[in-house]
Design a protein around this ligand. Sequence first.
Ligand code: CTP
Ligand code: CA
Length: 222
Amino acid sequence: VMACLTPKDLTDKKILVTAGPTREPIDPVRFISNPSSGKMGYAIARAAEYRGAEVTLIAGPVSLPDPLNINMVKVQTADQMADAVYENMEKADIIIKTAAVSDYRPRQAAPHKIKKGDENIIMELVKNQDILKTIGQRKTNQFLVGFAAETQDLRENALKKLEAKNLDIIAGNLVCRPGSGFGTDTNRISLFYRDGTLEVLEQMEKDTAAHIILDRVVERII
Ligand code: CTP
Ligand code: CA
């Protein structure tokens, strides 16, 4: 119902959205990742397209159909996502970074399948670049929305990220609560704004949450 009433208020706007997890290879048959389904980011991309935006969606590996009329860029690793984002961010008016980027990667992926042997093995991990923080440093006029997935202290953690990454809005959620977070069709989001205000959204479909996030962006850029 909501979508039917939604005006084409993003016509002529270019939106860059990232979605899904990243995969950091351990060997040719294994990787480090997280349970992100990509549903929230894909919902935002579809909603933006519906509202008239020119949408680029940079997505990690997910099992969702490619949305129509969207420029899709498919990536695997955080480094690949970073390259795709930096290449596309300049022309964007709005950047929404929904992806659950892996914070660490194995220092070196083994060239062949690692065979089991020792009872204990040690794998060295190195930190991935913080893509969103880099966007926040490099951005000119782009309106920047980030996400924060937390298991505790949502407000404190979200506000820290809002500031540290130079965001206009951060959408936080407690991923361990029912009806919220990885893989579900619904979400319970709190929106933290640059001016210090907080908006707590009830549990709702990710498609509906996507439209509300875009409503709040539109209110602030037009
Ligand atoms: N993000 C990113 N690049 C990373 C890690 C995170 O761009 N290497 C982005 C995510 O896309 C998200 C936001 O930063 O929009 C917050 O991600 P989150 O994992 O909640 O926060 P981190 O900054 O990684 O901190 P931590 O995981 O320690 O809570
Ligand atoms: Ca993280």
